[in-house]
Write a protein that binds this ligand. Structure first.
Ligand code: UFG
Length: 326
């Protein structure tokens, strides 16, 4: 079996590549621009193409030999950034992905595993959110994910494409045994921002608001360990092949943790006080977001193993310590 992993040197993609290498005997082809991904995440045993799948020549070389399945991570993921630069997101997340699935159809590749997001739901109407929750994305990034999901449904009906759209909640943590060491460049999420503060890359960070209607006033999110995301991707491919049916599922831990709790726990595990201030609320942040992941548990027989906040902070800190020789 030959699989293509776009964005395979990036934060989430590299964890899937690592686990595929460790558990499956597949031929693995990775394509990545390395704009956000890291050279450290190009593992031996894979074939690597440096380039953008939006470029015809790059896409063509990805499909030079027959590909059985595509895991697609090559996209921008900054919710805030997508509101300032929607063109950037339409070019990559929409056009790039449409080119990719159109090429798959042309070449007869049937299985597509798509990195979707809880951002497709927008503000919560009910909690925890299940897959039937209304979809009203509040940022352009979430809109691009929803549009691709809709296109996948059409390509499924019209072209026989089988897809798994995996709606991640807050992806976090690093490989539990330290097998993925490449850090994301210019990260914008809470955990890496805390870590960058701990190692001195940043002077301090802000907690965006402590006047929400939550027990400690800071926002609550569902942090899901990246290695649990990785196992769900591999199980999804098995599902597509066995059942010959497409699938849309949430991937979350079903536990909510506040920004303050994540900060306090990080201070405890790192063993020092972090420099932070309480800032204003960030636009578009709901007070609480938690997943219902019952569908993934049931259909994929998926069980998150690493998604405790302790393991998320511990595994992330280990990688930052190594990178900064601490
Ligand atoms: N936060 C801070 N300070 C920071 C960064 C973040 O207080 O410097 C807070 C945010 O306000 C939020 C929480 O930490 O309450 C998590 O923020 P992130 O930016 O890490 O993640 P988001 O919850 O905004 O979004 C993430 C993904 C989305 C996905 C969403 C689903 O980036 O793609 O989780 O829950 F849709």
């Amino acid at each position: 079996m030959r699989v293509l992993i776009t964005g395979g040197a990036g934060y989430i993609g590299s964890h899937i590549v690592r686990d595929l290498l460790d558990t499956r005997d597949y031929e693995i082809l990775v394509v990545d621009t390395l704009e956000k991904g890291s050279e450290k995440n190009i593992f031996s045993g894979t074939k690597f193409i440096k380039g953008d799948i939006g470029e015809d020549s790059v896409l063509e070389s990805c499909f030079e030999k027959p590909v059985d399945a595509v895991f697609h991570f090559a996209a921008w993921k900054g919710a805030g950034e997508s509101m300032d630069f929607p063109e950037k997101y339409s070019l990559n997340n929409l056009n790039g992905t449409m080119k990719l699935i159109t090429k798959m159809v042309e070449k007869g590749t049937k299985n597509f595993i798509f990195s979707s997001s809880a951002a497709v739901y927008g503000a919560p109407v009910t909690l925890p959110m299940d897959e039937d929750h209304p979809k009203n994305p509040e940022n352009y990034y979430g809109f691009t994910k929803l549009m691709i999901e809709e296109n996948l449904k059409w390509y499924g009906k019209l072209k026989g494409l089988r897809f798994a759209a995996l709606r991640y909640f807050n992806a976090s943590g690093y490989h539990p045994e330290g097998k993925v060491l490449g850090l994301e460049k210019t990260p914008a999420n809470l955990m890496p921002i805390i870590m960058e503060t701990a190692v001195g890359v940043r002077q301090s960070f802000q907690i965006f608001g402590d006047d929400y209607e939550t027990p400690d006033g800071t926002c609550i999110r569902d942090y899901i360990h990246v290695s649990d995301l990785a196992s769900a991707h591999i199980l999804s491919l098995d599902y597509l092949q066995k059942k010959n049916e497409s699938l849309i599922v949430n991937l979350g831990s079903e536990n909510g943790s506040s920004v303050k709790e994540m900060t306090d726990l990080s201070e405890k595990i790192i063993g020092k006080k972090l420099n932070y201030t309480i800032g204003p609320r960030r636009a578009g942040d709901p007070a609480k977001l938690t997943a219902s992941s019952g569908k993934a548990r049931e259909l994929l027989n998926w069980k998150p193993k690493f998604s405790t906040t302790e393991e998320i902070v511990r595994s992330t800190w280990e990688v930052y310590k190594k990178e900064f020789n601490l």
